[in-house]
Ligand binder design. Structure first.
Ligand code: G1P
Ligand code: ZN
Length: 560
Protein backbone atom coordinates (compact mmCIF):
# COMPACT_ATOMS: atom_id res chain seq x y z
CA UNK A 1 0.00 0.00 0.00
CA UNK A 2 1.41 3.35 -1.03
CA UNK A 3 -0.18 6.63 0.10
CA UNK A 4 -0.03 9.69 -2.13
CA UNK A 5 -1.06 13.30 -1.57
CA UNK A 6 -2.53 14.82 -4.72
CA UNK A 7 -2.86 18.58 -5.21
CA UNK A 8 -6.31 19.76 -6.19
CA UNK A 9 -8.38 22.89 -6.86
CA UNK A 10 -11.58 23.51 -4.91
CA UNK A 11 -15.02 23.44 -6.56
CA UNK A 12 -17.47 26.01 -5.30
CA UNK A 13 -20.68 23.98 -5.60
CA UNK A 14 -20.24 21.14 -3.11
CA UNK A 15 -22.96 22.21 -0.71
CA UNK A 16 -24.91 19.18 0.57
CA UNK A 17 -28.69 19.58 0.15
CA UNK A 18 -31.65 17.95 1.87
CA UNK A 19 -29.90 14.59 1.60
CA UNK A 20 -26.20 14.77 0.74
CA UNK A 21 -24.51 16.12 -2.39
CA UNK A 22 -26.38 15.40 -5.62
CA UNK A 23 -25.15 16.43 -9.04
CA UNK A 24 -25.22 15.25 -12.63
CA UNK A 25 -22.98 12.22 -13.24
CA UNK A 26 -20.91 14.43 -15.57
CA UNK A 27 -20.18 16.82 -12.71
CA UNK A 28 -19.01 13.94 -10.50
CA UNK A 29 -16.82 12.64 -13.35
CA UNK A 30 -14.70 15.81 -13.38
CA UNK A 31 -11.14 15.18 -12.23
CA UNK A 32 -10.94 15.53 -8.47
CA UNK A 33 -14.65 16.27 -7.92
CA UNK A 34 -15.55 13.16 -5.93
CA UNK A 35 -12.10 13.07 -4.31
CA UNK A 36 -12.42 16.68 -3.08
CA UNK A 37 -15.79 16.03 -1.50
CA UNK A 38 -14.77 12.76 0.15
CA UNK A 39 -11.57 14.38 1.49
CA UNK A 40 -13.66 17.28 2.85
CA UNK A 41 -15.81 14.73 4.69
CA UNK A 42 -12.77 12.91 6.09
CA UNK A 43 -11.10 16.21 7.08
CA UNK A 44 -14.27 17.23 8.92
CA UNK A 45 -14.35 13.94 10.83
CA UNK A 46 -10.61 14.01 11.58
CA UNK A 47 -10.84 17.56 12.86
CA UNK A 48 -13.94 16.86 14.94
CA UNK A 49 -12.95 13.75 16.82
CA UNK A 50 -10.12 12.00 15.00
CA UNK A 51 -10.34 8.38 13.93
CA UNK A 52 -10.24 5.79 16.71
CA UNK A 53 -7.94 2.81 16.27
CA UNK A 54 -9.60 0.20 14.08
CA UNK A 55 -12.10 2.70 12.60
CA UNK A 56 -14.42 1.07 10.05
CA UNK A 57 -16.29 2.74 7.22
CA UNK A 58 -19.44 1.18 5.76
CA UNK A 59 -19.71 1.76 2.01
CA UNK A 60 -22.34 1.03 -0.59
CA UNK A 61 -24.69 2.61 -3.02
CA UNK A 62 -27.90 2.17 -4.96
CA UNK A 63 -26.04 0.65 -7.91
CA UNK A 64 -26.58 3.57 -10.25
CA UNK A 65 -24.18 4.50 -13.05
CA UNK A 66 -20.75 5.55 -11.68
CA UNK A 67 -21.33 3.60 -8.43
CA UNK A 68 -18.53 1.08 -9.05
CA UNK A 69 -15.90 3.66 -10.02
CA UNK A 70 -16.75 5.82 -7.02
CA UNK A 71 -16.54 2.83 -4.65
CA UNK A 72 -13.01 2.01 -5.84
CA UNK A 73 -11.86 5.60 -5.33
CA UNK A 74 -13.43 5.84 -1.87
CA UNK A 75 -11.84 2.57 -0.68
CA UNK A 76 -8.42 3.92 -1.71
CA UNK A 77 -9.09 7.24 0.02
CA UNK A 78 -10.35 5.55 3.20
CA UNK A 79 -7.10 3.55 3.34
CA UNK A 80 -5.01 6.70 2.88
CA UNK A 81 -6.94 8.63 5.53
CA UNK A 82 -6.43 6.14 8.31
CA UNK A 83 -9.49 3.88 8.28
CA UNK A 84 -8.54 0.35 9.30
CA UNK A 85 -11.39 -1.35 7.49
CA UNK A 86 -14.08 -0.77 4.87
CA UNK A 87 -17.24 -2.89 4.90
CA UNK A 88 -18.53 -2.77 1.35
CA UNK A 89 -21.80 -4.20 0.07
CA UNK A 90 -21.39 -6.97 -2.50
CA UNK A 91 -21.13 -5.43 -6.00
CA UNK A 92 -20.98 -2.08 -4.23
CA UNK A 93 -24.69 -2.22 -3.48
CA UNK A 94 -26.50 -1.42 -0.24
CA UNK A 95 -29.92 0.12 0.12
CA UNK A 96 -29.95 3.25 2.27
CA UNK A 97 -31.79 1.55 5.18
CA UNK A 98 -29.52 -1.50 4.89
CA UNK A 99 -26.47 0.79 5.08
CA UNK A 100 -27.92 2.39 8.21
CA UNK A 101 -28.44 -1.07 9.69
CA UNK A 102 -24.91 -2.21 8.80
CA UNK A 103 -23.40 0.89 10.48
CA UNK A 104 -25.37 0.16 13.65
CA UNK A 105 -24.98 -3.61 13.69
CA UNK A 106 -21.20 -3.61 13.12
CA UNK A 107 -20.60 -0.42 15.16
CA UNK A 108 -18.74 1.26 12.33
CA UNK A 109 -17.36 4.77 12.69
CA UNK A 110 -19.71 5.92 9.93
CA UNK A 111 -20.73 5.19 6.39
CA UNK A 112 -20.80 6.62 2.90
CA UNK A 113 -23.94 6.01 0.87
CA UNK A 114 -23.69 6.62 -2.87
CA UNK A 115 -27.12 7.52 -4.10
CA UNK A 116 -29.23 10.20 -5.68
CA UNK A 117 -32.30 8.40 -4.32
CA UNK A 118 -35.26 8.73 -6.68
CA UNK A 119 -33.45 10.95 -9.21
CA UNK A 120 -32.87 9.44 -12.64
CA UNK A 121 -29.67 7.47 -13.27
CA UNK A 122 -27.46 6.61 -16.24
CA UNK A 123 -24.66 8.66 -17.86
CA UNK A 124 -27.00 11.64 -18.33
CA UNK A 125 -28.62 11.21 -14.92
CA UNK A 126 -27.67 12.08 -11.37
CA UNK A 127 -25.18 10.77 -8.85
CA UNK A 128 -24.95 11.51 -5.15
CA UNK A 129 -23.08 10.87 -1.95
CA UNK A 130 -23.84 11.37 1.71
CA UNK A 131 -22.13 10.67 4.98
CA UNK A 132 -23.91 8.83 7.81
CA UNK A 133 -22.76 8.98 11.41
CA UNK A 134 -22.12 6.12 13.83
CA UNK A 135 -25.79 6.14 14.85
CA UNK A 136 -26.60 5.14 11.25
CA UNK A 137 -28.26 8.45 10.40
CA UNK A 138 -27.41 11.22 7.94
CA UNK A 139 -24.88 13.76 9.19
CA UNK A 140 -26.58 16.72 10.86
CA UNK A 141 -26.37 20.25 9.44
CA UNK A 142 -23.43 21.35 11.57
CA UNK A 143 -21.35 18.59 9.98
CA UNK A 144 -22.59 19.12 6.42
CA UNK A 145 -21.95 22.89 6.77
CA UNK A 146 -18.34 22.19 7.81
CA UNK A 147 -17.89 19.77 4.92
CA UNK A 148 -19.00 22.53 2.54
CA UNK A 149 -16.63 25.07 4.12
CA UNK A 150 -13.72 22.64 3.77
CA UNK A 151 -14.61 21.86 0.16
CA UNK A 152 -14.24 25.54 -0.71
CA UNK A 153 -10.59 25.72 0.41
CA UNK A 154 -9.32 22.18 -0.13
CA UNK A 155 -5.79 22.04 -1.58
CA UNK A 156 -5.01 18.31 -1.64
CA UNK A 157 -6.45 14.88 -1.03
CA UNK A 158 -4.95 11.59 0.07
CA UNK A 159 -5.30 8.36 -1.85
CA UNK A 160 -3.62 4.97 -1.53
CA UNK A 161 -2.46 2.62 -4.24
CA UNK A 162 -3.48 -0.75 -2.90
CA UNK A 163 -1.87 -2.94 -5.51
CA UNK A 164 1.65 -2.90 -6.94
CA UNK A 165 0.29 -4.06 -10.25
CA UNK A 166 -1.47 -1.14 -11.95
CA UNK A 167 -3.57 -3.56 -14.02
CA UNK A 168 -4.97 -5.11 -10.86
CA UNK A 169 -5.56 -1.81 -9.11
CA UNK A 170 -9.30 -2.47 -8.75
CA UNK A 171 -10.42 -4.30 -5.66
CA UNK A 172 -12.77 -7.24 -6.15
CA UNK A 173 -16.06 -6.05 -4.65
CA UNK A 174 -18.16 -8.87 -6.13
CA UNK A 175 -16.90 -11.76 -4.03
CA UNK A 176 -17.88 -12.03 -0.38
CA UNK A 177 -14.70 -12.13 1.67
CA UNK A 178 -11.83 -10.28 3.27
CA UNK A 179 -8.71 -8.81 1.66
CA UNK A 180 -5.92 -7.42 3.83
CA UNK A 181 -3.39 -4.86 2.61
CA UNK A 182 -0.15 -4.09 4.47
CA UNK A 183 1.22 -0.59 4.81
CA UNK A 184 4.97 -1.18 4.96
CA UNK A 185 5.74 2.38 6.04
CA UNK A 186 3.50 2.37 9.13
CA UNK A 187 3.30 -1.36 9.74
CA UNK A 188 -0.52 -1.05 9.85
CA UNK A 189 -3.02 -3.11 7.94
CA UNK A 190 -6.03 -2.09 5.90
CA UNK A 191 -8.92 -4.51 5.37
CA UNK A 192 -11.63 -4.54 2.74
CA UNK A 193 -14.51 -6.79 3.68
CA UNK A 194 -17.21 -7.50 1.11
CA UNK A 195 -20.47 -8.35 2.88
CA UNK A 196 -23.95 -9.60 2.02
CA UNK A 197 -26.06 -6.68 3.23
CA UNK A 198 -29.27 -8.34 2.02
CA UNK A 199 -29.16 -11.15 4.58
CA UNK A 200 -28.42 -8.86 7.51
CA UNK A 201 -31.32 -6.63 6.54
CA UNK A 202 -33.77 -9.50 5.98
CA UNK A 203 -32.85 -10.92 9.41
CA UNK A 204 -33.67 -7.56 11.00
CA UNK A 205 -37.06 -7.45 9.28
CA UNK A 206 -37.82 -10.96 10.48
CA UNK A 207 -37.05 -9.89 14.05
CA UNK A 208 -39.42 -6.90 13.84
CA UNK A 209 -42.49 -8.31 12.09
CA UNK A 210 -44.81 -11.28 12.43
CA UNK A 211 -43.53 -13.26 9.43
CA UNK A 212 -45.73 -16.26 10.15
CA UNK A 213 -48.90 -14.11 10.08
CA UNK A 214 -47.80 -12.45 6.83
CA UNK A 215 -46.92 -15.83 5.33
CA UNK A 216 -50.40 -17.10 6.18
CA UNK A 217 -51.99 -14.03 4.59
CA UNK A 218 -49.98 -14.49 1.39
CA UNK A 219 -50.97 -18.17 1.27
CA UNK A 220 -54.66 -17.34 1.71
CA UNK A 221 -55.32 -16.05 -1.79
CA UNK A 222 -54.37 -12.47 -0.91
CA UNK A 223 -52.58 -11.08 -3.97
CA UNK A 224 -49.75 -8.56 -3.77
CA UNK A 225 -47.39 -6.93 -6.23
CA UNK A 226 -44.11 -5.25 -5.33
CA UNK A 227 -42.41 -2.94 -7.84
CA UNK A 228 -38.63 -2.57 -7.33
CA UNK A 229 -38.50 0.08 -10.08
CA UNK A 230 -35.26 -1.54 -11.44
CA UNK A 231 -33.51 -0.22 -8.36
CA UNK A 232 -31.73 -1.42 -5.26
CA UNK A 233 -34.54 -3.23 -3.41
CA UNK A 234 -34.93 -6.03 -6.00
CA UNK A 235 -32.61 -8.54 -4.26
CA UNK A 236 -34.01 -7.57 -0.84
CA UNK A 237 -37.58 -8.13 -2.05
CA UNK A 238 -36.63 -11.50 -3.55
CA UNK A 239 -35.08 -12.63 -0.25
CA UNK A 240 -37.91 -11.33 1.96
CA UNK A 241 -41.10 -11.89 -0.04
CA UNK A 242 -40.21 -14.92 -2.13
CA UNK A 243 -37.55 -16.80 -0.13
CA UNK A 244 -38.77 -16.08 3.40
CA UNK A 245 -42.50 -15.34 3.01
CA UNK A 246 -43.17 -17.78 0.13
CA UNK A 247 -44.88 -15.23 -2.13
CA UNK A 248 -44.93 -16.36 -5.76
CA UNK A 249 -42.09 -14.94 -7.90
CA UNK A 250 -44.77 -13.25 -10.02
CA UNK A 251 -45.55 -10.91 -7.12
CA UNK A 252 -42.31 -9.04 -7.87
CA UNK A 253 -41.82 -6.73 -10.82
CA UNK A 254 -38.80 -4.71 -12.01
CA UNK A 255 -36.70 -6.36 -9.32
CA UNK A 256 -33.41 -6.66 -11.22
CA UNK A 257 -31.37 -3.54 -10.41
CA UNK A 258 -29.98 -1.66 -13.40
CA UNK A 259 -27.52 1.24 -13.62
CA UNK A 260 -30.11 3.52 -15.22
CA UNK A 261 -33.20 2.06 -13.52
CA UNK A 262 -34.47 0.72 -16.84
CA UNK A 263 -34.44 4.27 -18.21
CA UNK A 264 -37.15 5.19 -15.71
CA UNK A 265 -37.52 7.56 -12.83
CA UNK A 266 -37.20 5.40 -9.68
CA UNK A 267 -39.66 7.40 -7.61
CA UNK A 268 -42.58 5.45 -6.15
CA UNK A 269 -45.53 7.73 -6.76
CA UNK A 270 -48.66 7.72 -8.90
CA UNK A 271 -46.82 9.36 -11.81
CA UNK A 272 -43.60 7.36 -12.03
CA UNK A 273 -44.72 3.91 -10.80
CA UNK A 274 -47.25 3.79 -13.60
CA UNK A 275 -46.94 0.03 -14.36
CA UNK A 276 -47.87 -0.82 -10.80
CA UNK A 277 -50.59 1.83 -10.71
CA UNK A 278 -52.21 0.23 -13.78
CA UNK A 279 -52.28 -3.16 -12.05
CA UNK A 280 -53.67 -1.74 -8.82
CA UNK A 281 -56.36 0.42 -10.45
CA UNK A 282 -57.69 -2.27 -12.82
CA UNK A 283 -61.19 -2.27 -11.32
CA UNK A 284 -62.37 -5.75 -10.33
CA UNK A 285 -59.13 -7.30 -11.63
CA UNK A 286 -56.99 -5.19 -9.31
CA UNK A 287 -54.89 -7.00 -6.69
CA UNK A 288 -55.28 -6.64 -2.92
CA UNK A 289 -52.03 -4.86 -2.18
CA UNK A 290 -49.39 -3.03 -4.18
CA UNK A 291 -46.16 -1.36 -3.12
CA UNK A 292 -43.09 0.20 -4.64
CA UNK A 293 -39.81 1.64 -3.43
CA UNK A 294 -37.30 4.10 -4.85
CA UNK A 295 -33.73 4.10 -6.23
CA UNK A 296 -32.02 3.52 -2.87
CA UNK A 297 -34.88 1.72 -1.13
CA UNK A 298 -35.81 4.27 1.51
CA UNK A 299 -39.13 5.43 0.06
CA UNK A 300 -42.37 3.49 -0.24
CA UNK A 301 -45.74 3.81 -1.89
CA UNK A 302 -48.67 1.79 -0.55
CA UNK A 303 -51.69 0.94 -2.70
CA UNK A 304 -54.82 -1.04 -1.99
CA UNK A 305 -57.30 -2.40 -4.51
CA UNK A 306 -58.10 0.74 -6.57
CA UNK A 307 -56.90 2.80 -3.63
CA UNK A 308 -53.91 5.08 -2.93
CA UNK A 309 -52.66 5.68 0.61
CA UNK A 310 -51.08 9.12 1.04
CA UNK A 311 -47.77 8.85 2.90
CA UNK A 312 -49.05 11.21 5.60
CA UNK A 313 -52.00 8.91 6.24
CA UNK A 314 -49.72 5.90 6.12
CA UNK A 315 -47.65 7.26 9.02
CA UNK A 316 -50.83 7.87 11.01
CA UNK A 317 -52.18 4.37 10.32
CA UNK A 318 -48.87 2.76 11.30
CA UNK A 319 -48.81 4.74 14.54
CA UNK A 320 -52.43 3.85 15.37
CA UNK A 321 -51.84 0.13 14.72
CA UNK A 322 -48.26 -0.25 15.94
CA UNK A 323 -49.14 -2.68 18.72
CA UNK A 324 -50.14 -5.27 16.09
CA UNK A 325 -46.43 -5.58 15.21
CA UNK A 326 -44.25 -7.66 17.55
CA UNK A 327 -41.47 -5.03 17.70
CA UNK A 328 -43.90 -2.33 18.86
CA UNK A 329 -46.32 -4.48 20.86
CA UNK A 330 -45.69 -2.48 24.03
CA UNK A 331 -46.50 0.81 22.31
CA UNK A 332 -44.44 3.59 20.78
CA UNK A 333 -42.65 6.40 22.61
CA UNK A 334 -43.66 9.18 20.23
CA UNK A 335 -44.03 10.19 16.62
CA UNK A 336 -42.24 12.77 14.49
CA UNK A 337 -43.19 14.17 11.11
CA UNK A 338 -41.62 16.73 8.82
CA UNK A 339 -43.36 20.10 8.81
CA UNK A 340 -45.00 19.75 5.37
CA UNK A 341 -46.37 16.30 6.31
CA UNK A 342 -50.06 16.41 7.25
CA UNK A 343 -51.26 16.57 10.82
CA UNK A 344 -52.90 13.11 10.62
CA UNK A 345 -50.19 11.60 12.84
CA UNK A 346 -50.68 14.38 15.40
CA UNK A 347 -54.28 13.24 15.91
CA UNK A 348 -53.18 9.67 16.57
CA UNK A 349 -50.45 10.85 18.94
CA UNK A 350 -52.95 12.97 20.86
CA UNK A 351 -55.24 9.99 21.29
CA UNK A 352 -52.39 7.70 22.34
CA UNK A 353 -51.19 10.42 24.67
CA UNK A 354 -47.68 10.39 23.23
CA UNK A 355 -45.67 13.37 21.88
CA UNK A 356 -45.64 14.34 18.20
CA UNK A 357 -42.68 16.41 16.96
CA UNK A 358 -42.64 18.65 13.88
CA UNK A 359 -39.22 18.82 12.20
CA UNK A 360 -37.89 20.37 8.98
CA UNK A 361 -37.88 18.38 5.75
CA UNK A 362 -35.15 15.72 5.58
CA UNK A 363 -34.46 12.59 7.57
CA UNK A 364 -31.41 14.05 9.33
CA UNK A 365 -33.67 15.93 11.75
CA UNK A 366 -35.22 12.76 13.19
CA UNK A 367 -31.93 11.22 14.38
CA UNK A 368 -31.55 13.17 17.62
CA UNK A 369 -35.15 12.45 18.66
CA UNK A 370 -34.72 8.73 18.03
CA UNK A 371 -31.32 8.58 19.75
CA UNK A 372 -32.86 10.26 22.79
CA UNK A 373 -35.70 7.72 22.83
CA UNK A 374 -38.31 10.44 22.30
CA UNK A 375 -39.86 8.92 19.18
CA UNK A 376 -40.27 5.47 17.69
CA UNK A 377 -41.98 6.24 14.36
CA UNK A 378 -41.11 9.03 11.91
CA UNK A 379 -42.46 10.03 8.55
CA UNK A 380 -42.45 12.47 5.69
CA UNK A 381 -45.12 13.22 3.12
CA UNK A 382 -42.54 12.40 0.44
CA UNK A 383 -43.18 8.65 0.71
CA UNK A 384 -40.83 8.14 3.65
CA UNK A 385 -41.64 6.27 6.86
CA UNK A 386 -39.50 4.40 9.32
CA UNK A 387 -38.77 3.69 12.95
CA UNK A 388 -35.87 3.65 15.36
CA UNK A 389 -34.76 0.21 14.09
CA UNK A 390 -32.46 2.23 11.78
CA UNK A 391 -31.76 5.97 11.34
CA UNK A 392 -33.03 6.27 7.77
CA UNK A 393 -36.41 5.94 6.20
CA UNK A 394 -37.10 2.41 5.12
CA UNK A 395 -39.25 1.38 2.15
CA UNK A 396 -39.50 -2.38 2.69
CA UNK A 397 -40.02 -1.91 6.41
CA UNK A 398 -43.16 0.16 5.62
CA UNK A 399 -44.41 -2.49 3.19
CA UNK A 400 -43.94 -5.23 5.80
CA UNK A 401 -45.61 -3.08 8.47
CA UNK A 402 -48.67 -2.73 6.23
CA UNK A 403 -48.75 -6.46 5.47
CA UNK A 404 -48.47 -7.18 9.21
CA UNK A 405 -51.43 -4.88 9.90
CA UNK A 406 -53.54 -6.40 7.11
CA UNK A 407 -52.68 -9.94 8.28
CA UNK A 408 -53.78 -9.13 11.82
CA UNK A 409 -56.88 -7.11 10.96
CA UNK A 410 -58.12 -9.26 8.08
CA UNK A 411 -59.54 -6.20 6.29
CA UNK A 412 -58.63 -4.44 3.04
CA UNK A 413 -56.36 -1.39 2.72
CA UNK A 414 -59.36 0.80 1.91
CA UNK A 415 -61.30 -0.51 4.92
CA UNK A 416 -58.31 0.26 7.16
CA UNK A 417 -58.28 3.86 5.92
CA UNK A 418 -62.05 4.36 6.11
CA UNK A 419 -62.08 3.09 9.69
CA UNK A 420 -59.09 5.29 10.54
CA UNK A 421 -60.74 8.42 9.13
CA UNK A 422 -64.02 7.60 10.87
CA UNK A 423 -62.13 7.50 14.16
CA UNK A 424 -59.72 10.42 13.71
CA UNK A 425 -61.17 12.52 10.86
CA UNK A 426 -59.37 12.93 7.54
CA UNK A 427 -56.52 15.36 6.85
CA UNK A 428 -57.11 15.73 3.12
CA UNK A 429 -53.71 16.25 1.58
CA UNK A 430 -51.85 16.77 -1.67
CA UNK A 431 -48.49 18.04 -2.90
CA UNK A 432 -48.05 19.85 -6.22
CA UNK A 433 -44.53 20.00 -7.66
CA UNK A 434 -43.43 22.45 -10.33
CA UNK A 435 -40.10 21.02 -11.51
CA UNK A 436 -37.18 22.50 -13.40
CA UNK A 437 -38.18 26.17 -13.13
CA UNK A 438 -35.49 28.81 -13.82
CA UNK A 439 -33.94 29.64 -10.44
CA UNK A 440 -34.69 33.38 -10.69
CA UNK A 441 -38.39 32.78 -11.41
CA UNK A 442 -38.66 30.32 -8.51
CA UNK A 443 -36.97 32.76 -6.14
CA UNK A 444 -39.30 35.55 -7.25
CA UNK A 445 -42.32 33.41 -6.29
CA UNK A 446 -40.89 32.85 -2.80
CA UNK A 447 -39.95 36.53 -2.39
CA UNK A 448 -43.45 37.55 -3.49
CA UNK A 449 -45.07 35.34 -0.84
CA UNK A 450 -42.71 36.50 1.90
CA UNK A 451 -43.49 40.14 1.05
CA UNK A 452 -47.09 39.42 2.13
CA UNK A 453 -46.20 38.13 5.61
CA UNK A 454 -47.60 41.24 7.31
CA UNK A 455 -50.64 41.75 5.06
CA UNK A 456 -51.90 38.14 4.87
CA UNK A 457 -53.09 37.53 8.46
CA UNK A 458 -56.88 38.07 8.77
CA UNK A 459 -57.30 38.20 4.96
CA UNK A 460 -60.28 36.20 3.66
CA UNK A 461 -60.08 33.89 0.65
CA UNK A 462 -63.58 32.49 -0.02
CA UNK A 463 -64.46 30.35 2.98
CA UNK A 464 -60.93 30.53 4.39
CA UNK A 465 -59.28 33.20 6.59
CA UNK A 466 -55.52 33.39 7.09
CA UNK A 467 -54.55 33.05 10.73
CA UNK A 468 -50.74 33.33 10.58
CA UNK A 469 -47.86 32.88 8.20
CA UNK A 470 -44.14 32.40 8.74
CA UNK A 471 -40.94 30.81 7.51
CA UNK A 472 -40.58 27.63 9.58
CA UNK A 473 -37.72 27.51 12.09
CA UNK A 474 -36.81 24.41 14.06
CA UNK A 475 -35.26 24.40 17.51
CA UNK A 476 -33.85 20.93 18.07
CA UNK A 477 -34.97 19.99 21.60
CA UNK A 478 -32.01 17.64 22.04
CA UNK A 479 -28.94 19.57 20.90
CA UNK A 480 -30.44 23.07 20.91
CA UNK A 481 -29.46 23.76 17.28
CA UNK A 482 -31.63 26.09 15.22
CA UNK A 483 -32.50 25.58 11.53
CA UNK A 484 -34.08 28.56 9.82
CA UNK A 485 -35.81 29.07 6.44
CA UNK A 486 -37.36 25.61 6.31
CA UNK A 487 -40.48 26.48 4.31
CA UNK A 488 -43.26 29.05 4.22
CA UNK A 489 -46.40 28.17 6.15
CA UNK A 490 -49.75 29.85 5.64
CA UNK A 491 -52.09 28.66 8.35
CA UNK A 492 -55.85 29.24 8.15
CA UNK A 493 -58.24 29.68 11.05
CA UNK A 494 -59.97 26.30 10.47
CA UNK A 495 -56.67 24.37 10.65
CA UNK A 496 -56.12 24.15 6.88
CA UNK A 497 -52.63 24.95 5.60
CA UNK A 498 -50.64 25.81 2.53
CA UNK A 499 -46.87 25.32 2.62
CA UNK A 500 -44.39 26.49 -0.02
CA UNK A 501 -40.83 25.16 -0.26
CA UNK A 502 -38.00 25.03 -2.73
CA UNK A 503 -36.60 21.53 -3.20
CA UNK A 504 -33.12 20.84 -1.84
CA UNK A 505 -32.47 17.68 -3.85
CA UNK A 506 -32.82 18.69 -7.51
CA UNK A 507 -29.89 19.08 -9.88
CA UNK A 508 -31.49 21.19 -12.61
CA UNK A 509 -33.12 24.61 -12.11
CA UNK A 510 -35.45 24.86 -9.12
CA UNK A 511 -38.48 22.89 -8.00
CA UNK A 512 -41.31 24.63 -6.16
CA UNK A 513 -43.36 22.37 -3.92
CA UNK A 514 -46.82 23.39 -2.76
CA UNK A 515 -48.26 21.32 0.07
CA UNK A 516 -52.03 21.56 0.61
CA UNK A 517 -53.99 20.32 3.58
CA UNK A 518 -57.57 20.65 4.86
CA UNK A 519 -59.23 18.81 7.72
CA UNK A 520 -62.47 16.91 7.00
CA UNK A 521 -64.24 15.54 10.08
CA UNK A 522 -67.39 14.45 8.21
CA UNK A 523 -67.41 10.76 7.21
CA UNK A 524 -69.77 11.37 4.31
CA UNK A 525 -67.00 13.37 2.56
CA UNK A 526 -64.20 10.93 3.29
CA UNK A 527 -64.42 9.16 -0.07
CA UNK A 528 -63.77 12.41 -2.00
CA UNK A 529 -60.77 12.68 -4.32
CA UNK A 530 -58.17 14.94 -2.71
CA UNK A 531 -57.86 17.20 -5.78
CA UNK A 532 -61.62 17.81 -5.69
CA UNK A 533 -61.72 18.35 -1.94
CA UNK A 534 -58.74 20.74 -2.13
CA UNK A 535 -59.83 22.66 -5.25
CA UNK A 536 -60.36 25.93 -3.40
CA UNK A 537 -57.06 25.64 -1.47
CA UNK A 538 -55.24 25.08 -4.78
CA UNK A 539 -56.75 28.29 -6.20
CA UNK A 540 -55.77 30.24 -3.07
CA UNK A 541 -52.18 28.94 -3.27
CA UNK A 542 -51.86 30.07 -6.87
CA UNK A 543 -53.41 33.44 -6.13
CA UNK A 544 -51.13 34.18 -3.14
CA UNK A 545 -47.97 32.99 -4.93
CA UNK A 546 -48.73 34.32 -8.42
CA UNK A 547 -46.91 31.18 -9.53
CA UNK A 548 -48.50 30.97 -12.98
CA UNK A 549 -47.77 34.63 -13.74
CA UNK A 550 -44.18 34.44 -12.49
CA UNK A 551 -43.15 31.10 -13.99
CA UNK A 552 -45.39 30.67 -17.02
CA UNK A 553 -46.34 27.21 -15.75
CA UNK A 554 -50.02 26.36 -15.90
CA UNK A 555 -49.97 22.98 -14.20
CA UNK A 556 -47.79 21.03 -11.76
CA UNK A 557 -45.29 18.50 -13.16
CA UNK A 558 -46.13 15.92 -10.49
CA UNK A 559 -49.14 15.68 -8.17
CA UNK A 560 -48.95 13.36 -5.20
C1 G1P B 1 -37.18 15.53 -0.94
C2 G1P B 1 -38.37 15.34 -0.03
C3 G1P B 1 -37.91 15.18 1.40
C4 G1P B 1 -36.91 14.02 1.49
C5 G1P B 1 -35.79 14.23 0.49
C6 G1P B 1 -34.85 13.02 0.44
O1 G1P B 1 -36.48 16.69 -0.56
O2 G1P B 1 -39.29 16.40 -0.15
O3 G1P B 1 -39.01 14.97 2.22
O4 G1P B 1 -36.38 13.93 2.78
O5 G1P B 1 -36.32 14.42 -0.82
O6 G1P B 1 -35.51 11.86 0.03
P1 G1P B 1 -36.66 18.11 -1.29
O7 G1P B 1 -36.38 17.87 -2.76
O8 G1P B 1 -38.09 18.50 -1.09
O9 G1P B 1 -35.69 19.02 -0.62
ZN1 ZN C 1 -34.42 7.48 -1.59
Amino acid sequence: MHIQTINTQPFNDQKPGTSGLRKKVKVFQQTGYLENFVQSIFDTLLEKEGLPAGATLALGGDGRYHNREAIQTIIQMAAANGFARVLVGQAGIMSTPAASHIIRKYHTFGGLVLSASHNQGGPQGDFGIKYNMSNGGPAPEKITDTIFEKSKVIASYKIATLSKDADLADIDIDTIGITVFDDASSGKQFTVQVIDAVHDYADLMQELFDFSAIKKLLASGFKMQFDGMHAVTGPYAQEIFVNRLSAPASSLMNCVPSEDFGGGHPDPNLTYAEDLVKIMFAGEKALDFGAASDGDGDRNMILGKNFFVTPSDSLAVLAANATLVPAYKNGIAGVARSMPTSGAADRVAAKLNIPCYETPTGWKFFGNLMDAGKVTLCGEESFGTSSSHVREKDGLWAVLFWLNILAKKGTSVEQVLMAHWAEFGRNVYSRHDYENIPTDAANSVITHIKAQFTSLPKQKFGAYTVKTCDDFSYHDPIDGSISNNQGIRILFTDGSRIVFRLSGTGTEGATIRIYLEAFEPDTKNHHLDAQVALAEMIKIALSISQLVEKTGRFAPTVIT
